[in-house]
Ligand binder design. Structure first.
Ligand code: GLU
Length: 398
């Protein structure tokens, strides 16, 4: 049901809240009390200070997660902090942080991080489990399915999966790159109802609060519009790779699959428990249309390897007619991709409107662009498929 919600301005030092405007919303925070499975992501700046694990922050997080787990909610934790926890034990300074040193720091820090979690969850009689993942685990459908089996078995058996990127081996193209995106992938994989990004920021503000004193905290985002993108500031700290930009990208992935996301301040006491009770904390991103598990994988579990610009006739056939993409409708091909990679489809005006699994590689697709299906054999010397992207492998974006 349509509903108008007020936009609040929260003073970060006094926590005083005042209403600064109205925001149209289709849901209130009561939807958060229905949640059955959540992914919580904690960033390096929340979990560590000056390259040390912050014991109090970790105590607070585990107590919070144990509370909601005891209330019957399934919890998956995506944690940063391995690199931050590892660096001091290798005796390196800030000038020596080459990529191999960061890989080494992750290897040292990850076991310390997990030991800290294990000890705390054990106190609540809970069983944490470690999963270290890379982009390949999401890009490869077989690995994705196996990972899904393991994750669901852990949840069914009452364990708490704790996930991080496998930073010691994941470099270059096999790296997801930041834990905001990783946690969005995990939310999709687990089909969780909600992703909570615990950050050093109270939520999404109308501008970067580190540089602008007069900013407003946005409590609800229905649509990730251009204005919302403009409000995201610069990213990054020495040990964490996130920032508002990666958080908004995560929100796009999660909400486009039909789930919700919240950005909230990670050191707020019992922040997850309070959010799930409907308390007005942080920024809530509302869901778009729900899409199925396989289509989530096609559209949002790996970056597109290239893009295709199609003419308006082909665009209408795909969107309104539910048809496959044929060679004739293709105007232009960009990028290097192979058979079965994910490729984006753009309109003539440069708007991305679909993603799908491609039946021909980029060289073949370029040769076939604008040509008739019956000429495929003549052009390539073989004719494996009529369609460039079959409609069963195509996901329309909102
Ligand atoms: N995976 C990194 C770590 O554990 C952090 C990456 C991020 O913060 O986005 O240190």
């Amino acid at each position: 049901m349509d509903k108008t919600e007020e936009i609040f301005l929260q003073n970060q030092s006094t926590s005083e809240v005042k209403v600064v405007g109205k925001h149209k919303s289709f849901h209130g925070r009561e939807c958060l009390s229905e949640i059955k499975r959540i992914v919580v992501k904690i960033g390096s700046t929340t979990i560590s200070d000056d390259y040390q694990i912050n014991e109090a922050a970790l105590d607070g997080l585990v107590h919070d997660l144990a509370t909601i787990k005891q209330n019957g909610i399934e919890v998956i934790l995506v944690t940063s902090g391995a690199i931050a926890a590892g660096l001091p034990h290798l005796g390196v300074n800030s000038h020596q942080q080459t990529l191999p040193v960061l890989q080494a720091a992750a290897a040292v820090g990850q076991i310390r991080l997990m030991a800290a979690y294990e000890e705390r969850f054990r106190f609540y009689d809970l069983c944490p489990a470690q999963l270290l993942l890379t982009q390949d685990d999401f890009s490869d459908r077989k690995r994705y399915t196996r990972m899904n089996d393991a994750l669901h078995a852990l949840l069914q058996l009452g364990a708490i999966p704790i996930i991080n990127e496998n930073d010691s081996v994941a470099v270059d193209e096999i790296k997801v790159g930041d834990n905001d995106t990783l946690s969005a992938y995990v939310t999709n994989l687990a089909q969780a109802d909600l992703l909570i990004l615990l950050s050093d920021q109270q939520g999404l503000f109308t501008a970067d609060p580190r540089h602008n004193p007069d900013v407003e905290l946005i409590h609800t985002v229905d649509v990730i519009s251009d204005e919302i993108w403009q409000s995201a500031g610069e990213a990054g700290t020495a040990t964490g790779t996130g920032g508002m930009v990666t958080k908004l990208r995560a929100a796009e992935i999660v909400t486009s699959s039909g789930e919700m996301m919240v950005i909230a301040y990670g050191r707020e006491p019992l922040v997850v428990t309070r959010l799930l009770k409907g308390e007005l904390i942080g920024t809530l991103f509302l869901p778009n249309t729900r899409i199925s598990g396989r289509k989530r994988w096609i559209a949002y579990s790996r970056p597109p390897r290239g893009y295709i610009v199609v003419d308006n006739g082909a665009r209408d056939a795909l969107i309104q007619g539910g048809k496959s993409l044929l060679p004739a409708g293709i105007q232009r091909v960009e990028g290097h991709f192979n058979f079965s990679d994910t490729v984006s489809c753009f309109t003539e005006n440069g708007v991305e409107f679909a993603r799908g699994l491609i039946n021909y590689n980029s060289t073949e697709t370029t040769k076939l662009a604008g040509k008739q299906t019956q000429d495929i054999e003549k052009i390539l010397g073989y004719h494996d498929y009529d369609e460039i992207i079959h409609r069963d492998n195509l996901v329309l974006l909102n």
